[in-house]
Design a protein around this ligand. Structure first.
Ligand code: NAG
Length: 258
């Protein structure tokens, strides 16, 4: 008899027995909180109430919550701070800035599509076409005079590139190699890296916020081996071979948790 009485407490995850428990908690994947919610705010054992947004929380298996070794509040604040922006750039050879005689890449154009997140990473896909020599670096630059169309300035985030000796080094490694042309198109997926030495006073989060708020001050730039060699010999540093102003694809994607 005593054994029977203990059963509901020992096996509360089974719905039939859970319904006999004195306090009814929400079961797996069922709502357990949110604005205006008047139902149960606890979850069956083995489950935690996980906030999806301010209007909805639901019960998720405890083992599915990442980084259990960290306090829940810390993990939640990291998710709150993950700001993501969906941006793009249409790049072409800039005759004002990038011209030099007999440039084999002077017909280069590109399209770049980026999802830039302050915590969960920066990823861009690119299609570069019409150029003829190997791509060696790409970055988002801040134009020093605020003119992302015709100005120039330091790289603040790098994307594809060659970390080898003699190539364009900005102090932070390139996390992806640039693709080679196949049938005159170089299609690639690139991971971004914050350029530590060129972001004084900025965190990645505040830099991304500035790019999203003032996209016309920034430009995406690809460098080819021909342009790198030419401008290096001229002593002008890396100028690049096709570029385009940053633009917002959408309004901010928003925080994971609002
Ligand atoms: C950039 O230069 C081109 C060519 O001179 C000009 O047509 C364009 O208006 C300039 N863009 C800006 C933002 O000044």
């Amino acid at each position: 008899m005593a054994r029977l009485l203990l059963l509901p407490m020992l096996a509360v995850t089974l719905p039939a027995e859970a319904s006999e428990a004195p306090e009814t908690c929400a079961t797996a994947w069922v709502q357990c909180g949110g604005t205006g919610w008047t139902g149960p705010t606890c979850c069956d054992s083995g489950f935690s109430c996980s906030q999806m947004n301010s209007w909805y929380s639901h019960c998720v298996p405890k083992e599915s919550i990442p980084e259990q070794t960290q306090p829940v509040s810390l993990a939640a604040s990291e998710m709150v701070d993950d700001e993501c922006y969906h941006m793009f750039s249409e790049l072409s050879f800039n005759t004002l800035v990038q011209s030099f005689p007999a440039n084999p890449d002077s017909e280069a154009k590109a399209y770049v599509d980026c999802k830039l997140c302050s915590r969960s990473g920066m990823q861009c896909t690119a299609n570069v076409f019409g150029g003829r020599t190997q791509l060696v670096a790409s970055h988002i630059h801040l134009a020093s005079d605020g003119d992302g169309e015709n100005g120039s300035g330091p790289p603040v985030i790098n994307f594809c590139g060659d970390n080898g000796p003699g190539m364009i080094a900005d102090g932070s490694s390139y996390k992806s190699p640039c693709a080679h042309y196949k049938n005159r198109a170089a299609v690639m997926s690139m991971t971004g890296n914050f350029v530590d030495g060129q972001n004084a006073g900025f965190t990645l989060g505040s830099r991304l916020k500035d790019i999203a708020s003032n996209p016309s001050k920034y430009y995406f730039n690809f460098h080819s081996i021909a342009s790198w060699t030419h401008w290096q010999v001229e002593g002008k540093g890396p100028v690049g071979m096709c570029r385009g102003v940053m633009q917002m694809s959408q309004r901010r994607l928003g925080s994971v948790l609002v």
